[in-house]
Design a protein around this ligand. Structure first.
Ligand code: NI
Length: 146
């Protein structure tokens, strides 16, 4: 096997070129898929797919991830604000910051940035979305950077 290493400052940022053999039909579908996603070349698309699987694996195994929980709720609903605050205080070790936006007269949007073990991040998101008065909640998980 032969690697062509490009110039880089450290070992970790050196690009390694390698050959991949795929069925023609699979490659055609892949090229169409990444073009629709806005990629201009295969290398970035393949790297993103690999990192996505690493993030999913880390999350599934309870490893370190970062992410954002978003919730939309009607702040007039009885006790909803206090319940959401209680939950966030109980998970304070994994919450980096929280932003509150008053969407309109009734609805609030909160974006809660998190970093920590996947299991704890999921537990926080599950607790928040189950509160009565929360209309919708999402959890977006990404790499913690390692
Ligand atoms: Ni508000």
């Amino acid at each position: 096997m032969c690697y062509n290493l490009s110039k880089g400052n450290t070992m970790t940022d050196k690009l390694v070129r390698f050959g991949v053999s795929l069925e023609g039909e699979l490659l055609r579908k892949f090229d169409a898929f990444i073009a629709a996603e806005g990629y201009s070349n295969r290398s970035k698309a393949i790297a993103d797919l690999i990192r996505r699987d690493f993030v999913n694996d880390a999350f599934a195994r309870g490893g370190a991830v970062a992410g954002a929980v978003t919730i939309v709720y009607d702040h007039h609903k009885r006790e909803v604000v206090n319940k959401l605050l209680d939950i966030q205080h109980d998970h304070g070790t994994i919450i980096i910051s929280a932003q509150h936006v008053h969407l309109d007269h009734d609805n609030c949007l909160e974006i809660i940035a998190v970093k920590g073990p996947g299991a704890k991040v999921k537990a926080l998101a599950d607790s928040l979305k189950s509160v009565r008065g929360v209309k919708h909640a999402t959890l977006s998980v990404t790499t913690a950077g390692k």
